[in-house]
Write a new protein. Structure first.
Lengths: 255, 255, 255, 255
């Protein structure tokens, strides 16, 4: 690993509030939201891990990690949070080399996690019915240098899945039950179905449909995360807490 | 992917309560806990995904996934649960090709998750001070066909870490603060430190030490998971819930 | 307050595991579950607050408090836990002097809390369709010396409520929505309706019915309680935690 | 209960967002925050439970309940929320007729709950070291018509408690451990000590001190509350959730 910044690389800048900005080192002065007007080429030759100054603000400069890519992502729709993506990865046994279908693509946050996990030999097929969502997500995926592993597809996943022998089908649309039959046909034996739904009625309808198909290990979980705040005065759980993101339902194809 | 069972393969048998048993297809009659006495070679030629009968019990037969490997694991110590492993993966930005140190190895549950994520080109170095733990964990790792990616090491990690330029150092020992200096030296710039601790005082001591070193993005989370039970009578959260596993503390090396 | 035990009084015995036994000081040798065979009159003259010995076990002897009455209660049905009773009290603004209807009575646990709060001038009317439940609950209520404040009634509350101008109507039956019209008629202006339901579909049906009636401040909460364990080794949340009891729905009558 | 508004009464006005305003029916035009400029005497003769119009806003008019008093309370300090007050009531077995000491008084929110529960024959003694807090809280207590049951006292509770034979001592100050000896002396046998603390180190110090004194049934709980949102689109837990208020520690005096 090189220890200084080269032209053409992507870097992440992290400010004192741990807000993150990913940018490409090219010779073009521009306005960057949260940073200001400057020319990224001025960062060429900086040492990774150093605190640098742009304008009168300080930033740590690092090579972007998965979490950097997720935290710096530009949103145009509700995203699947890293915490829920984590449970999808583990409960669907996602690993390097897997072939996966996801729908819809949203802002591409889950796509970035999935593509990171399946690379270099796996492939992610991302369906969405909105062209603007696909384009926006693809920009985020490109910024994360993951476009080689992702094929976007302007198609309604409830009309069918083109791919076969998939390791997982992951659904974040309002009516996941309409994909279950297609998912069964496209999954390999032992492959995983997953749906993310904020509403309980969505979960009920999905689970009832899964039980009528040849799926086993059907289960639904919700995950709650709370930060522990440690100061010189003492330690306590954070007052700020997200009460709900969505329910994750998992199932596994058998014959 | 072949669709029938071959000699020499590992298979997972899943019973009606979703208990899982991993075994190797070889010609040797033996007693298997939870299954009974039988010869695995009798499964040769069975179709993956079918419901088969052994004795008078029924089992689904599948190729083992990561979750199968975790669920079938033999424990001799407290394990890091898949839910916590999931948060470690995502918050440490673990991906294929990473080089990681973990300590201690416990029963190898986290080792199995980490090895699965970093393969085929990454490497996991697993430290423990107890030879019996290393040996027991290694059996679990072998059963999951992951031993190529794991090096076990009989060494007290608080005395130093031999490897350099690591993507992550993940610590599950009673005194994680004693590893922080070693971790900093062995991590690459931007690499992640993680510790798992059940007690709040452990978290406090770890976080205070991290703040004195060159680490940023220091944060501690706890994760709670609850199942949603869906029956013909109605839907409700599960009465059964684990109140606590441990706190996860994360930090990232800078210069 | 007298400081020694007199004949005819109720006392609570608390063992080293904080299990509680309420008994009446009378001259009759008997077998007491969790204590053994002995004559309660032998406790006459003991000092309240002392550690006494019965057989070879030690017990603290105290005058029964509300929590003692709840903890010592004999169950024959699922009970409303003190934590949920607490939220009912505060959200229904229950206070001394209130007149309340509850249904069903279960084992009388909520009856004991309500009667304690409304005494000495209030009255609790407890409906149930099962005579054995009413009789069992009444024994628990008598043991808590609260029978003066409770009228039990063998009646299906969905067929109507006899009382008028009530401060609160509290419903713990499978179909609370069938009581809403009766509750509205029997409540005073500004009086509170409350239902306790484990299932989400029960909550939905109740809330939708409440919205069609003249009720305001309709809201549903779930409460989760976790113990903090403090030992010489350190502090952590309890591993044991009840994942769910039930949802509490509240509403308030207007014209 | 009279069904129309009389001069001299306190009423609560509830707007469409369920914000609450308590005011006294007297003949004096004034400016009321959240309502506007008007003369309360204009409400004389209105029917309780009706929707009335003031300016161009609609309000429900009701007789104030305990929850109304709490929701309309004017804050000048962090308050103990109704949910935590509920657990204090039930775990300290508070009932009508009890004599209680609390410190500090804050904005009087807990005072209002306690006074409501102990009236008409009980008494609450509220200590605080800040005169402005006592005065502000007393205004809230008077607005709730509870001043007959509350004695405020400008005194540092860590220097001693004047009252004896108390049913409960409830402490919300930064150093509750400094009150434990005084509490033991002032409590009746079987009486309850309670402290409310946001920080874990406060809980630890309190519990360790309690264990050295003659207290039993020492336990610490945290309570989490989440709303269930029911709409025409479906049902889900609320996204908004308070992650932490404070830990409640309880203990009981023995000899």
């Amino acid at each position: 690993m090189n220890s200084v910044v080269f032209k053409g690389e992507s870097v992440v800048l992290i400010d004192s509030n741990f807000r993150k900005f990913i940018l490409c080192i090219k010779d073009k002065t521009d306005k960057f939201k949260g940073i200001g007007v400057f020319n990224p080429i001025s960062l060429e030759g900086k040492k990774y891990g150093e605190l640098i100054e742009i304008g009168n603000k300080n930033f740590w400069i690092l090579k972007p990690s998965l979490m950097d890519n997720l935290n710096a992502l530009k949103r145009n729709a509700q995203i699947i949070l890293p915490r829920d993506a984590a449970h999808i990865i583990i409960n669907c046994s996602i690993e390097s080399g897997n072939n996966i279908v996801e729908a819809g693509i949203g802002s591409g946050s889950l796509s970035i996690v999935l593509a990171t996990m399946i690379k270099p030999n796996g492939k992610l097929f991302s369906y969405d019915i909105r062209k603007d969502f696909l384009e926006h997500a693809l920009k985020n995926i490109e910024m994360a240098n993951l476009s080689d592993y992702v094929s976007t597809k302007l198609k309604d996943v409830t009309t069918g899945i083109d791919e076969k022998n998939l390791d997982a089908v992951i659904i974040d649309i309002p009516n996941p039950w309409d994909v279950i039959e297609h998912a069964w046909k496209s999954l390999k034996i032992g492959g995983y179905f997953c749906s993310f739904s904020p509403l309980i009625s969505q979960v009920e309808q999905t689970v009832k449909k899964l039980r009528k198909q040849n799926f086993i290990e059907i289960n639904t979980i919700e995950n709650i995360q709370r930060e522990l705040i440690i100061t010189d005065y003492g330690t306590r759980p954070s007052f700020n807490m997200l009460g709900h993101t969505g329910y994750l339902t998992f199932a596994r194809k058998i014959l």
